[in-house]
Design a protein around this ligand. Structure first.
Ligand SMILES: N[C@@H](CCC(=O)N[C@@H](CS)C(=O)NCC(=O)O)C(=O)O
Length: 215
């Protein structure tokens, strides 16, 4: 199966998906877009992904998959090993909860189009956008740190000693935070888990600086 990944090096949803593909040992063709140049707003791209967002995964029969968590779930279904969710229902609920904390409570608020809108509608300059971005990261990372630090189910990674769905989201979000100089000092458990993930080639090779279109 030939996979084509339409993505942007710095996009955290793209980073999540690259790491998932790497964990599954799946190769893909890398198709690069620059969000700020509007390259995902062309008729060709919108025909694949009507939201004009990255990533999009294109299969060899032309099928296109959108929404990173849905694509990752599909990957986990067609390539079950190594699994991205634990086998027990309570464990699965916990991992999904940790992943959604990042994917649903941080990412959508801090997306590029939201930052642009803050500027267009309210005149938010770069400093105000940075304060906004940092606020929403801190709000959820404080809660995430509490959960990870206090649960006996946290291991080397977010849940036990196998990296999974929550780790994909955490790893990508920490890279995203760096754009706004958000250090991890305040969240020692998140920092420890990030370091453990960064030592894994599947994750490190998905990181923004390692991508071919890194600017
Ligand atoms: N929930 C979607 C979000 C996709 C998304 O918003 N991607 C960002 C990059 S991380 C994007 O394309 N942003 C372009 C924009 O905000 O205009 C997913 O998980 O795939």
């Amino acid at each position: 199966m030939t996979l084509k990944l339409h993505n942007f090096f710095r996009s955290s949803t793209s980073t999540r998906l690259r790491a998932a593909l790497n964990i599954k040992g799946l190769e893909y063709d890398y198709v690069a877009y620059v969000l700020r140049k509007g390259e995902t707003r062309t008729p060709e791209y919108l025909a694949m992904n009507p939201q004009g967002l990255v990533p999009t995964l294109e299969l060899d029969d032309g099928t296109t998959l959108t929404q990173s968590l849905a694509i990752i779930a599909w990957l986990d279904e067609i390539h079950p090993e190594p699994a991205l969710l634990p086998s027990d229902p309570l464990g699965r609920a916990r991992v999904r909860s940790l992943a959604y904390m990042i994917a649903c409570e941080i990412h959508p608020l801090n997306n590029l189009r939201v930052l642009f809108r803050l500027n267009e509608q309210f005149g938010a300059d770069e400093a105000a956008q940075k304060a906004w971005f940092t606020h929403w990261v801190e709000t959820t990372f404080d809660a995430l740190e509490t959960e990870l630090a206090s649960s006996p189910r946290t291991g080397r990674y977010c849940h036990g000693d196998m990296p999974g769905l929550a780790d994909l989201c955490l790893y990508a979000q920490v890279w995203n935070n760096r754009r706004f100089d958000i250090a991890l000092d305040r969240w020692p458990t998140i920092a420890r888990i990030f370091s453990s993930l960064d030592a894994l080639p599947a994750f490190a090779n998905a990181a923004p600086p390692r991508q071919p279109d890194t600017a």
